[in-house]
Structure formats: C-alpha cells, structure tokens
Design a protein around this ligand. Structure first.
Ligand code: ARG
Length: 461
C-alpha cells in the first residue's frame, strides 16, 4: 500500500510505478535523507509536536539505519517510490507507530530540496579537494619549467616568447577561478529548505532556525514556495562544472596538439596512452580526448536542467526529479577528469629542447625589436612598420631576424646598434618584462609561491 493511498481506489499501474520511481538513483541521497530526518525529529521533540518517547524511538531507529548504511550492512532496495518513502517505510516496519509520526509538518518536497542541498554542499567540498590537487600538479610542473622558453601563440601562430611555466600558470588561474566560483555558489546555496513543507510550511510551531543550525546551514530559506521549487543551486553548480570542464578540455586539446609529431612538445606517458588495433606504430592520447569529450557531456547536464526548469509553474513539479541523474553524472565526471588529469600531467614529459628551438627559429622577437626602436625614440607605429619590413625581407631571403647584419638593419633604421641583437634573444625578452603578470620567470616563481591551497595543504599536514 502506498503511503498516500487514502484517496485512491485500487492499486496503481505497474508500469506507472516503475516509471515514477526514483529509488534506483536517489538511494545515493540516503544518508542525507536520514540526517535530515534526525534533525527534523529532534525539532519536533523540542517543540513538543511529538512526544519525547516516540521521538527517541524514531531517533534511535534513524541512527541505527544510518550506521547500517554507512558500514554497508544494509542496502535500501525494494519497490519504494523514492528514498524518502523508503526510509519512512523501513522505519515503520522496524518500529511501527513512532515512525508514522516523523513526517509531521514535512513534505517530500522540502525533504528532497534539503537532501540535494546537503549532497551538493558535500560534493563541492570533494570537488574543491580534487581541484586543489590538480592545481598542485600544475604548480609543481610549472616550478620545474620556470626558465624553459617556448613560443606563445595567438591564432595558432607563433607570437611572442613565453615560458612553459607561464603557460601552465595560466591554467592555474583558470582553476583558481573555478575554485572561487564553487565557493561562491556554496555561499548562495547555504539556506536550509526544511520546514517549507509541500509549498506553504505548516500550521505547527516548527523551529526552522534550529533546523538550520542542526544541519549546518547559515540560515533557513526565506520563502517556502521558492524554497521547494528552487534548483538554482544545482544550475550554478552545473555551470561551475561546465566552466571547469571547458578549462580541462582546452588544456587537453593543447596537449593533444603538442603530442603530435609535428609539434613534439610533449610526450604523454605510455601508461596514459593507447595503441591502435590496426596501425602498429600508433600511440594515441585517448585519455585527453575523453576529457575533451566529457566536457560536452557536462555541458549537456547544464542544458538538461535549464530546460527541465524553464517552463515550470510554482511550486514543486515532478519534472524536477529529473535533476538527480544529470547532476550526479556531472559531478562524477568532473571528479574523474580532474583526478586522471593531475596524474597524467605529473607523468608527462615536456620536450623543452624542441620548444626552445621552436621559439628561436621564429619571428617571436619581432615585437621586442620594435620596442627596442621605440626605446631609442622611434614612434611605435613607425617601429612596427620597420620591423615588419625586416620580417618581409627575412622571409624572402629565408633568414631569421638575428641573421641580418647590422648594415642590413641600419638600412631600415639608423637607430639600430649592436645591442639590437640582445632584444632578439627570447630569454632576454622574458627577463626584461617586469610588469606584474608577465612571463618573467622571477615573477612567475613569485606567483606560484603565493598560491594558497586550503584543502590540498591541510591534507599534507
Ligand atoms: N522523488 C522526488 C524528487 O526527486 C521527491 C519529491 C516528490 N514529491 C512529490 N510530491 N511527488 O523530486
């Protein structure tokens, strides 16, 4: 018999039961659901809404069930409609009437909102840990390549000299923004929905501030109607994960290109590569391609939930049950990608000699040469034209700028002197840059020194 059987005639259709049930995926919320019930029953007891002996009996049974689930000795299974019904029915089987009182002044609508928030808050903690471990992997790689020069690119064309550390540090910046976005989203989701009831709270004198304290929230949510129909916190989390996956995907894409024979800037460890079933020579960067592909899957979760929510009138509608699998999947996917990328990065080997050659045999120092002329008094626009003409001459004569004689330089501008050649050295280029945020290895080192990793650092202690 259904817990809501009272107003119904006969039994429900078996296909409808199966279609309606969320138990196959929301058992993942079991511990949060039970913790929510424990807080709720404590509150009902404190407020004198249910008597102390019933409350104590229910609290003992809830704690027991929680312990059994945590130690794996009990798994919730059966043809329950969802995890909330399952917990109440299991409790009723175990202790009878006392269990039938725990749903006083509560609905599955505020319960599920609470469970998902408790779940999301814990997920953010876990995601932050993995994110910080990944940042730590980028940082340690960057420390090993502070002085390793490479071409920086725009439009996939060689542009200016940078260092590999500067390049890797740019991903640290992205990941630090991802961390701060997650924290930001955590702040906003920190309102406690329980006590909103189905949509309009309850006639009982419930204490929602007590519930908020018990369940570790900053405060109770301020509008019962919004509270049961709000999934913004999941949408924000999915956006955070989408942005994060976009960053992982861009880095994966770069490593994929760099591991090609044409670039040969990096060698991915054999342990993280795969072969071809037909072509014996192949070593493929499948793991990186999968990360790039999974970014699409996480974006899909965001679009799924946005679309589920877009036409829903207030307050709760069953459509919202569709939030779970897609949110779980996005979190699991992002965690798995961060974890594998951190190890893959640690184990890959950058071909710094190839990168150096690539920046030396390029026109990457053309801007430095133009700035050299500007420092000697030439207007920048004129300097740009002069160096552009020199590049054109080099291309025609199959030379690099450093191979032009001083006489040839002077043909374009009498301001050129012997010291012009120093500005063509990529190492001089990066070390001359003194602005905050520039690729100067001293500045990049300071940047890396100053990164604060909260969870990753506390794990070390
Ligand atoms: N399984 C439901 C969900 O995931 C729980 C809330 C059900 N509420 C209701 N009135 N049917 O959204």
């Amino acid at each position: 018999m259904k817990l809501w059987q009272g107003r119904f005639e006969g039994s429900s259709n078996e296909l409808a039961n199966i279609f309606n049930s969320s138990l196959s995926f929301d058992t993942r919320l079991a511990t949060y659901d039970i913790k929510g019930s424990i807080a709720h029953v404590k509150m009902l007891k404190k407020q004198g809404i249910i008597d102390a002996s019933d409350a104590n009996e229910a609290l003992n049974a809830l704690s027991e069930l929680l312990a059994e689930i945590n130690d794996g000795s009990y798994a919730i299974e059966g043809d329950y409609e969802d995890i909330h019904m399952a917990v109440e029915e299991i409790l009723t089987q175990r202790i009878g009437d006392a269990a039938k009182r725990i749903h006083t002044a509560r609905s599955r609508n505020d319960q599920v909102a609470l469970d998902m928030k408790l779940f999301a808050k814990e997920a953010i903690y876990e995601l932050t840990g993995s994110l910080e471990a990944l940042i730590a992997a980028f940082r340690s790689k960057a420390y090993s390549h502070l002085d390793d020069l490479m071409p920086g690119y725009t439009h996939m064309q060689k542009a200016q000299p940078i260092t590999l550390a500067h390049h890797l540090s740019s991903y640290i910046e992205m990941l630090l923004r991802d961390r701060s976005r997650l924290q930001d989203c955590l702040q906003r989701m920190d309102t406690m929905p329980l006590g909103s009831g189905a949509l309009a709270a309850s006639t009982f004198d419930i204490d929602r501030h007590f519930l908020a304290d018990e369940l570790g929230f900053r405060e109770p949510s301020a509008n019962s109607l919004d509270s049961v129909s709000d999934r913004d916190y999941l949408l924000e989390l999915l956006f955070c994960l989408s942005a994060l996956m976009m960053h992982l995907s861009r880095f994966s894409e770069e490593l994929i290109i760099w591991s090609s024979e044409e670039y040969a800037y990096v060698s991915i460890s054999d342990a993280f590569s795969t072969g071809s079933s037909m072509m014996p020579q192949k070593k493929n960067p499948d793991i990186l391609e999968l990360i790039r592909g999974k970014a699409g899957r996480v974006y899909g979760s965001l679009i799924t939930l946005l679309t589920v929510m877009k036409g829903l009138p207030l307050a709760y509608n069953k459509d919202m049950q569709e939030d779970k699998q897609t949110v779980f999947d996005a979190i699991d996917t992002a965690l798995a990608c961060m974890q594998i990328l951190a190890v893959l990065l640690e184990e890959c080997t950058f071909n710094t000699a190839k990168m150096l050659k690539s920046v030396q045999e390029s026109f990457c120092s053309a801007t430095d040469l133009a700035e050299y002329l500007v420092k000697k008094g030439c207007p920048f626009r004129d300097a740009h034209f002069i160096v552009g003409s020199l590049v054109k001459k080099c291309i025609a004569e199959n030379k690099w700028l450093s191979e032009l004689s001083l006489t040839e330089l002077k043909e374009q501008s009498r301001l050129f002197e012997q010291d012009a050649y120093q500005s063509l050295d990529p190492k001089t280029s990066v070390y001359t840059k003194s602005a905050y945020g520039s690729p100067n290895p001293d500045i990049v080192r300071q940047y890396l020194d100053n990164i604060m990793l909260y969870q990753a650092d506390s794990n070390k202690n």
